[in-house]
Design a protein around this ligand. Sequence first.
Ligand code: PGA
Length: 242
Amino acid sequence: MNIRILNSREDLNATAAAVIAGLLLTKPQAMLGLATGSTPIGIYRHLADMYRKGQVSFARAYAVNLDEYVGLSQNHPQSYRNFMNEHLFRHIDIPIPHTHIPDGNANDLEAECAAHEQAILEHGPVDLQLLGIGHNGHIGFNEPGHSLTGYTHVVDLDERTRTANARFFGHIDAVPKQAVTMGVGTILKAKQIILVAFGADKADIIKRALTGPVTTACPASLLQCHPNVLILLDQEAGGWFH
Ligand code: PGA
């Protein structure tokens, strides 16, 4: 694993955006694996800026997202489809039919999971997967447990995850109890993975994920098995690494 500790969040966002833009310069039709949550917002802002300045185009790129809440319509303000539209897609030139996010409101969620895998098979593999990390070590919505699921599947959200995400919904009761998520196997098939974390509250779980045992009790620890992972941390999240 290549671990880089950046001086500031701005540096971290700019570095991640530069890696993504660099990939698109060499491979305009690349498939990007994208993430939601507070972590990637600054990276998407940088990418939108770079697009406005003519430094990068997404016109031939594909995007596949990690996850989506079950039970939210795609235009619900907290749906991840809406998040992606607001924070990235409407600011760049990616064709919306090139973007794949499971519909968490679909009648047949199993079919929705299979369609997500199929989109990755058709246009992938994922060239670069962007990841955040949950305080419990989840990647996507692969929550810690006795076992993990390889492929895209429906998952019961951990109470810690629902509590952390209650800030977006106003109240924990409004946070969905389930989500559709890429499996850890789906994630590990990406050619390159960038995991980004900032803030002191992520330091402990980052240390566990990068230096602790590889275990389903910390899904991010499975990244230790991937040959091409870049970890980008700010001083607070990575201060222990010296
Ligand atoms: P955050 O979430 O970016 O809002 O901290 C990360 C995650 O849960 O994967």
